[in-house]
Design a protein around this ligand. Structure first.
Ligand SMILES: NC(=O)C1=CN([C@@H]2O[C@H](COP(=O)(O)OP(=O)(O)OC[C@H]3O[C@@H](n4cnc5c(N)ncnc54)[C@H](OP(=O)(O)O)[C@@H]3O)[C@@H](O)[C@H]2O)C=CC1
Ligand SMILES: O=C(O)[C@@H]1CCC=N1
Length: 299
């Protein structure tokens, strides 16, 4: 397991770090869509029994064909599970919370939803031990870098970390960093895929055949990441090692600098972080409304 020299993280667990025997555990994944079904597969590969939920029949059928117990009944899944993961879209959460809110007391519940803060999760899931996690799509190849916010006096911390380790590495974070983590690591694969796509188009533009272009770009990215991951070298140092005075690389770097690639990426990550914060406000308003309506109709 590699431990970052530059990282803020206080705890890191590798994919090999399943310290707990997870095989007797039943875990509910509520909202087993794109990321939820990848989580379900990862937990299942760690020996966990998974109950996955979705709304549409076709999705439930597909989950069953993938070997999971699957249902549209979230309350049934929550009652049967010792640990609950929530992976619906943020705007779908208020409806889900209404269904399961009175059935989660005493259980650990992990939300992977962007934006929704612990405060709001606690309010809607009374008595549950609530965590926030932000994995990424690379969990499909056991290479997620999952950010984890652990509540104070957590009883289930180790078991949650072991479960998340089934998807890759786990970094414990303070809650104020999770929106930024969402932008960098959660959205990261999409941003990096855009870069890869652009490099492949660039390779085609200079005449490299498509399959060779794909390999040249992907292998260069994996190799560069591995180089930086395993050596005490700053990215700017690596860049200087490659750049010959008057050579080819400096010509490319000049264009990149002129078009503002760094500033575009910094802006992009700042905007994504701001969007996660705004999501929290939007959901909060909708939940406040829901609670006010419930209270006033029960008076
Ligand atoms: N995609 C990603 O890379 C990542 C996403 N996330 C977070 O994960 C969450 C899910 O994202 P993603 O997987 O992309 O979205 P999807 O739309 O693919 O998945 C959401 C799933 O939730 C199901 N669902 C919605 N409402 C309910 C309900 N009341 N009961 C049961 N199931 C329900 C939907 O079912 P049906 O299909 O039947 O409508 C759907 O399958 C989001 O909150 C996102 O912020 C976090 C990290 C990475
Ligand atoms: O785009 C989103 O909102 C989610 C969160 C991180 C990745 N996908």
């Amino acid at each position: 397991m590699f431990i970052s020299r530059r990282g803020f993280a206080v705890t890191i667990t590798g994919a090999e770090g399943c310290e707990f025997r997870l095989s007797n555990l039943t875990v509910a994944v509520l909202g087993a869509g794109k990321i939820g079904s990848i989580m379900a597969r990862s937990f299942s590969d760690c020996g966990v029994h998974v109950i996955a939920t979705a709304r549409r029949k076709e999705r439930i059928e597909r989950l069953r064909m993938q070997g999971f117990e699957a249902t549209s009944d979230n309350v049934h899944a929550v009652k049967k599970a010792s640990v609950v993961f929530i992976s619906v879209k943020p705007y779908q959460y208020p409806a889900l919370a209404r269904q399961i809110g009175s059935h989660v007391a005493g259980k650990p519940v992990v939300s992977v939803m962007a934006g929704i803060p612990l405060r709001l999760l606690r309010k809607t899931l009374p008595g549950a031990e609530v965590y926030r996690a932000m994995p990424n799509l690379n969990a499909a190849v056991k290479r997620s870098v999952t950010g984890l916010v652990v509540p104070k006096n957590a009883q289930y911390r180790e078991i949650i970390k072991s479960l998340l380790s089934c998807m890759g590495s786990v970094y414990e974070l303070p809650e104020q960093l999770i929106d930024a983590w969402t932008a960098v690591a959660g959205s990261g694969p999409a941003i990096i895929a855009e870069f890869i796509d652009s490099m492949i188009l660039a390779a085609l533009a200079v005449g490299i055949p498509r399959d060779l272009a794909y390999d040249a770009v992907l292998e260069s990215i994996i190799g560069t990441a591995e180089y930086l991951r395993t050596r005490p070298v700053h990215p700017a140092q690596l860049r200087d090692e490659v750049t010959t005075p008057g050579g080819t690389t400096i010509m490319a770097l000049k264009v990149i600098e002129g078009k503002g690639m760094k500033s575009a990426l910094i802006d992009a990550v700042e905007r994504a972080t701001a969007r996660a914060r705004k999501l929290a406000k939007e959901i909060e308003e909708s939940i406040e409304e829901q609670y006010e309506n419930t209270n006033s109709s029960s008076v």
